[in-house]
Design a protein around this ligand. Structure first.
Ligand code: 5GP
Ligand code: MN
Length: 337
């Protein structure tokens, strides 16, 4: 952990221009940590720009600071200039540059100091300074820890508190995954004291669906979920036709993979989606099956021990077939757990 060093640079005013970036298709922890840090950094750095590699779900648009976010896709030249000119790039909630698409090589080549703040396994090591651990629930919890330890709780504004609460909430599955620690609850208690309006935030994140999204959930569970009983696995597959039928937008499929794990006896839940450019996969497990290892080994992915993602550049049908083939090698392991 290089908290002190990073804080020293900020106190001395060493950095005049900062960029904050986060992973492709940001979720609530990715955007929440970026904007949570943004509100704080403005007190120490003259120019701060949040750049996301792609768009993100509409249900995150309420976050304070959303209007100042630049989306790389479609604004490449302007974003490249800002990264080239920056003194520091904060990389939040990812640890391999491939997770930020084309922006990755721009960041790698930039003269800026790269600061990583992340809680995923196996960092690539592109950064100069890091606040990294897999022991923390979320990047939002890491950002809060850094600011409060180094600058005091009072440096966290009400805007920042709302953003940071949101990422902790979603990355812990509403405080139920095993990454929820006593420290997580202490952090959340502080954020509530600092003004985070939790009823409002829950409503924004969870009671804000388009009708089609709810119908997609119903359809998926009724028609598109397969139980591979011998592997204690629930597999959901969504084809291009399914996505078109429900006019699926960014964020609509978030959380779908978790339903499989709520079935008695299921140890592994998988979602395979035929996205426009590639086949995207999500993996969730219970207990001692590392989906980080599985995703890394078979599907160019990674993440956390019990929650990871991956992809395939094969056709949708081939990717589904490959998954069903490779999961057989883990049958005994999945039954032992
Ligand atoms: P999700 O399934 O919700 O997309 O992602 C689950 C977790 O794995 C998240 O923490 C996410 O950041 C990470 N993740 C998702 N896809 C990938 C991937 O392709 N590579 C890596 N390294 N991590 C991923
Ligand atoms: Mn996260």
């Amino acid at each position: 952990m290089q908290d002190e060093l990073i804080a020293e640079y900020l106190r001395k005013g060493s950095w005049k221009k900062a960029v904050i970036t986060t992973h492709h298709k940001p979720d609530s922890d990715a955007l929440g940590s970026s904007l949570g840090l943004y509100h704080f950094l403005k007190a120490h750095v003259a120019e701060v720009q949040v750049i996301t590699p792609t768009d993100y779900p509409d249900f995150l648009n309420w976050m304070p600071g959303n209007d100042h976010v630049m989306i790389y896709e479609g604004n490449e030249a302007a974003c490249n200039n800002i990264v080239h000119d920056s003194d520091v790039v904060f990389c939040l909630d990812f640890n391999t540059l491939s997770r930020i698409n084309e922006l990755g090589e721009v960041v790698r080549a930039a003269r800026a100091v790269k600061v990583l703040i992340d809680h995923h396994q196996e960092p690539e090591g592109f950064e100069d300074l890091a606040i990294w651990t897999t022991a923390t629930s979320s990047t939002c919890e890491l950002v809060y820890g850094f600011i409060s330890r180094q600058f005091g709780k009072e440096s966290v504004s009400i805007e920042s508190a709302a953003c940071l609460y949101s990422g902790i909430l979603t990355d812990t599955g509403n405080f139920r995954h095993n990454n929820t620690r006593a420290e997580t609850h202490r952090t959340v208690a502080d954020l509530i004291e600092l003004g985070a309006n939790i009823a409002h935030i829950h409503e924004q994140l969870y009671d804000n669906f388009r009708e089609e999204r709810l119908r997609l959930i119903g359809y998926t569970l009724a028609e598109r979920m397969e139980i591979l009983e011998d592997c204690r696995t629930a597999l959901i597959t969504l084809s291009k036709e399914d996505l078109e039928r429900f006019q699926v937008q960014t964020g609509d499929t978030e959380g779908l993979v978790n339903y499989g794990l709520s079935i008695q006896g299921i140890r592994l839940a998988v979602l395979i989606i035929d996205r426009s450019k590639l086949v995207k996969m999500s993996f969730r497990s219970k207990g001692g099956f590392s989906v980080n290892d599985f995703a890394r080994k078979h599907f160019q992915g990674g993440g956390h021990y019990n929650a990871a993602g991956g992809q395939s550049s094969e056709t949708f049908e081939a990717a589904v077939a490959r998954f069903k083939e490779v999961i057989r090698y883990y049958r005994d392991e999945l039954n032992e757990l």
